[in-house]
Design a protein around this ligand. Structure first.
Ligand code: NAP
Length: 253
């Protein structure tokens, strides 16, 4: 790549929340960004934020768990922006329930979006990375990978992503590609607001209660995660691979 060429990043689930903050941050770092989400129209705000700041971005609608849609989306990104060499697998859903009430459909939905989605996206993008001799993959895990009541499906998917990340690091390292996972704790987004709604608490009270359990005494913001992702996707992070970074305002084990 010449020094004037712009690297192309894909961020999934980037219409809002952590994905949107990450897309904006990577654009500020000089990347051209493909903002992927289920509904292309919903990506408009993120794209406008980037272009208003002088950056380059396109909106792409795709369900990351659908192989044909993933392949079409990655081809479109390569045609319109150039070969993608940065991938952030961030799209996610919750279908929380205690095990005895969890349906097989809710298990499948969560595993399909997080795990199958990250697999399909990575498989489609890695060929561009191999050709370029450079790649940065970041998968969104979670503190729930360590186990969390009501999240058998989600914790299994997020722990699975850690194993997936380490395997990518081992297989793809020789092509100049790194793979790392960022595992957020409590981040204030629509996802955590939906959890507050489900347990019948106001979001402000829910955040306050969560903050009391966190060493830095506040909940995280999407930008806290975007900062960590910016490091892992940076040119200088080429010797950091196969790692899981908990970004949770304190230590987790
Ligand atoms: P969010 O606000 O719910 O945003 C997730 C985005 O992903 C939504 O725009 C959603 O679109 C999209 N999406 C869902 N299924 C998709 C699919 N099949 N294909 C493409 N896009 C899809 O969530 P967030 O809080 O920003 O979380 C982002 C990531 O961080 C997730 O992987 C989550 O598990 C992880 N995480 C979050 C927290 C937290 O505290 N917030 C903590 C740990 C880990 P729709 O709106 O159309 O559904």
């Amino acid at each position: 790549m010449s020094t004037t060429e712009q690297r192309v990043a894909i961020v999934t689930g980037a219409a809002r929340g952590i994905g949107a903050a990450t897309a904006v941050r990577l654009a500020a770092e000089g990347r051209a960004v493909a903002v992927i989400d289920l509904d292309e129209a919903a990506c408009k705000d993120t794209v406008e934020k980037i272009t208003a700041a002088g950056g380059k971005a396109i909106a792409v609608g795709a369900d990351v768990s659908d192989e044909a849609q993933v392949e079409a989306a990655v081809s479109r990104v390569a045609e319109e922006l150039g070969a993608p060499t940065i991938l952030v697998n961030n799209a996610g859903v919750l279908r929380d329930n205690l095990l005895f009430k969890m349906s097989a459909a809710d298990w499948d939905t969560v595993l399909n979006v997080h795990l199958r989605g990250s697999f399909l996206m990575t498989k489609a993008v890695q060929k561009h990375m191999v050709d370029a001799g450079f790649g940065r993959i970041v998968n969104l895990s979670s503190s729930s990978a360590l186990g969390n009541r009501g999240q058998a499906n989600y914790s299994a998917a997020k722990a699975g992503l850690q194993g997936f990340t380490k395997t990518l690091a081992i297989e793809l390292g020789k092509f100049g590609i790194t793979a790392n996972a960022v595992a957020p704790g409590f981040i204030a987004t629509e996802m955590t607001k939906a959890t507050a709604d489900r347990v019948g608490m106001g979001f402000e009270d829910f955040k306050k209660a969560a903050a009391g359990q966190i060493p830095v005494q506040r909940v995280g913001e999407p930008e806290d995660i975007a900062n960590a992702i910016a490091f892992f996707t940076g040119e200088a992070a080429g010797f950091v691979s196969g790692q899981v970074l908990y970004v949770a305002g304190g230590p987790l084990n």
